[in-house]
Design a protein around this ligand. Structure first.
Ligand code: PLP
Length: 354
């Protein structure tokens, strides 16, 4: 059955090996495997074990719950919701945090569940997503946290190149290390994890410029798609094609390329625009916007062009090819496309593990 996403475990593992080696060369001794793009697919996570990554990390507690039997510490990578505190304490060993009211609730719940909950305090160094703003007075908040009996601060971290697109620099990392020193000095504690970010740190890693002391990275896109995310460049010696989407042609006909009649709105409420290219051999593929945003698809056949589509139909110019009904087209995906197809229950997942 199609559409189908094939997942090549060997290629992902080779990407993981490459990244672990690169991290070791930069003294980044701890790595979180960010699994959110797998949308809770435990079969893939299981196939990737064992690895050189120390923790399983995901932005959804529902996914971590599915991984509960895997013998690796689990990290909740989105700030906990106050309505989901019980599950956060139950299914994650560590959560990232920036709000004292949430941390106090975690403390109460951890007491109830008779365990310590570990936190990484996030600092916003300018990307303007989660984290205590680095210029704020964070020491008073730290004081309040150190008073909590069931909370253990295991580290600090920052997240860049997510909302603001800010590229990590050595200066960002020195700022993070300064924050670490200030906290350790003020409270006589040691912060074992200094988490320097995500796959956008890779260019610095490749240039061996990550300052000593930044000892953790949280990696997702680079693992699964073999690219860094500061500039979006594929990394040589890594696989960009571990995932391939296969979809079936259900119609091939020669038709005009310009619709006939008055143009109003398409099925997504947008006014479409067309260029008249005359008669064209067009294929309809059984795949649509309900499965994936169509501009996230990268056709493997360079002779075909995606024209557009609707919820369940992908329309392609196949004039330069001999495709017929029943043929299967293949696509690579960018990260949002991978996230969407992994999340769509209409897309079959097939693991290739050899
Ligand atoms: C807090 C946090 N850290 C790390 C990551 C991983 O980012 P990337 O996929 O660029 O490695 C994400 C995104 O999934 C995230 O939200």
């Amino acid at each position: 059955m199609y559409p189908k996403l094939t997942i090549d475990i060997k290629k992902i593992k080779e990407n993981m090996d490459y990244l672990c080696k690169l991290c070791e060369e930069n003294s980044v001794s701890s790595r979180f495997l960010v699994t959110k793009v797998l949308a809770g697919n435990g079969e893939i996570v299981k196939a990737l074990l064992p690895w050189g990554f120390s923790h399983l990390a995901d932005s959804r507690i529902a996914n971590l719950k599915l991984y509960k039997d895997f013998p690796y510490p689990k990290v909740l990578l989105r700030l906990p919701s106050q309505s989901g505190i019980a599950d956060t304490v139950k299914y994650s060993d560590i959560s990232i945090n920036s709000e004292i009211s949430t941390i106090k609730l975690l403390n109460q719940e951890a007491k109830k569940q008779n365990k310590k909950h570990q936190i990484i305090l996030m600092f916003d160094l300018g990307d303007l997503r989660e984290g205590i703003f680095y210029q704020a007075d964070y020491l008073s908040m730290l004081k309040a946290i150190t008073d909590l009996q069931y909370i253990e601060i295991v580290g600090i971290g920052t997240n860049l190149t997510c909302y603001g697109g800010i590229i990590p620099t050595i200066e960002h990392y020195y700022t993070l290390l300064e924050i670490k020193e200030k906290i350790e000095k003020a409270f006589g504690i040691s912060l074992p994890l200094i988490s320097g970010g995500n796959s956008s740190a890779l260019p610095l890693l490749l240039e061996k410029k990550i300052p000593k002391g930044i000892n953790n990275l949280r990696l997702g896109e680079s693992v699964f798609l073999g690219r860094e995310t500061a500039y979006g460049t594929p990394i040589p010696n890594m696989h960009q094609n571990a995932f391939t989407l296969h979809a079936e042609i259900i119609e091939v006909q020669t038709k005009p390329s310009y619709p006939i009649g008055e143009i109003g709105l398409n099925s997504f409420g947008e006014k479409p625009e067309f260029t008249d290219l005359g008669l064209m051999k067009r294929a309809i593929v059984a795949l649509g916007k309900q499965d994936v945003q169509l501009d996230n698809l990268i056709p493997l056949d360079s002779l075909i062009t995606i024209l557009g589509g609707s919820s369940d139909h992908l329309i392609i110019d196949v004039s330069k090819t001999s495709y017929q009904v029943g043929d299967i087209l293949q696509f690579n995906l960018n990260y949002p496309g991978l996230l969407q197809t992994m999340t769509s229950s209409y897309v079959k997942k097939e693991i290739i593990n050899n």
